[in-house]
Design a protein around this ligand. Structure first.
Ligand code: ADP
Ligand code: MG
Length: 314
């Protein structure tokens, strides 16, 4: 079976004639007015593939919105409107009440309004489209990384992947970490405040949905550059490090954190903003001319696995 990226490339990747940016980034961009673009992105969640049967409906409603918000934020944009399409096996009012409460709670946090959608019968599947706005000066593309840029990442990596292992009873972890990981998996909270504080100083952005390494590679490929990343500097829980589960942070999906690159000249400005606003952002490496991704652990290179891709690894 081909990977999702090969399928998109072969059947769908047509160059847009009307959009400023079409297929290939976290969101497409098109003219809003002289100073701003609209940013639009869509993501689908299917039962058994993207979430386990009997997932808490409130959290599912939240997540369906949050994963799209994550794409919009990583373009430097602010979410504004949402469309919600949902296929339901049966009409269950208790389930729908909780699902809609979670969905609207997420809309409220990110200042987005539901303005349309579609409701049909079928195996449980949820598709959300989010429309946002971005000032042309603040647009972050995957292709924007420059040689010498610092690489920054929000939050902590690998929690959602740990949460999935805990949910499937493949791992047991200490109870506080278990709870944090299950929350990261079921109710991701893209860090709008952190991203907005620094995005105008950044050159490139992508959200981490397929795993840190896979998504950083998307930036590197699109920007035709490489990177050196320091394992010690990655925001990875100590328990994962001690228990040799670092791969969950490198290759696990569903983090919904954001990778940003910014010129070295912006480092002190960004560091001051991080300190002043107590932002959860780490500097984890830098962009190189050599077109490969090198992971460094105390000057010893670590061999990387291939990144996460839906049709290969599941
Ligand atoms: P993300 O993980 O940020 O949601 P994806 O990796 O799913 O992005 O998709 C990569 C790019 O391909 C995006 O620009 C997305 O809009 C586009 N894309 C995905 N599936 C299709 C499709 N069926 N038709 C057209 N474009 C698609
Ligand atoms: Mg994305």
């Amino acid at each position: 079976m081909k990977t999702e990226f090969e399928l998109i490339e072969k059947y769908f990747n047509k160059k847009s004639m009307k959009a400023h940016k079409g297929i290939g980034d976290d969101a497409a961009l098109f003219e809003r007015d002289k100073d701003n673009y609209w940013a639009i992105s869509t993501d689908m969640l299917n039962e058994k593939i993207h979430f386990l049967p009997n997932t808490n409906p409130y959290k599912l409603g939240w997540k369906a919105m949050a994963v799209n918000v994550s794409d919009i934020l990583s373009m430097g944009a602010s979410p504004m409107f949402a469309l919600l399409s949902i296929a339901l096996p049966k009409s269950n009012s208790e389930w729908l009440k909780k699902f809609s409460q979670g969905f609207f709670a997420c809309c409220k946090l990110y200042n987005a309004e539901l303005i349309g959608g579609d409701t049909t019968k079928g195996p449980l599947s949820i598709n959300v489209t989010v429309l946002g706005s971005v000032n042309k000066k603040n647009v972050l593309l995957r292709s924007g990384a420059k040689i010498g840029d610092d690489i920054w990442v929000t939050g902590e990596l690998g929690l959602a992947a740990l949460g999935l292992k805990i949910a499937k009873k493949n791992i047991t972890a200490p109870s506080t970490l278990s709870k944090k990981s299950m929350d990261a998996l079921e109710k991701p909270v893209p860090d709008m405040i952190a991203i907005k504080k620094i995005h105008s100083f950044c050159n490139a952005g992508i959200d981490v949905s397929d795993g840190f390494i896979a998504d950083l590679n998307h930036i590197l490929n699109a920007s035709k550059v490489g990177a050196k990343v320091f394992l010690d500097d990655l925001p990875i829980n100590n328990w994962l490090r001690k228990n040799k589960k670092v791969d969950l942070a490198l290759y696990g999906g569903d983090d919904y954190q954001t990778i940003l690159t910014a010129s070295k000249k912006m480092r002190s400005t960004i560091e001051k903003l991080i300190k002043k606003n107590k932002l959860d952002i780490s500097r984890v490496g830098f962009v190189t001319r050599d077109k490969k991704l090198v992971m460094d652990d105390h000057d010893k290179e670590i061999k990387l696995k291939k990144g996460y891709e839906h049709f290969e690894n599941k």
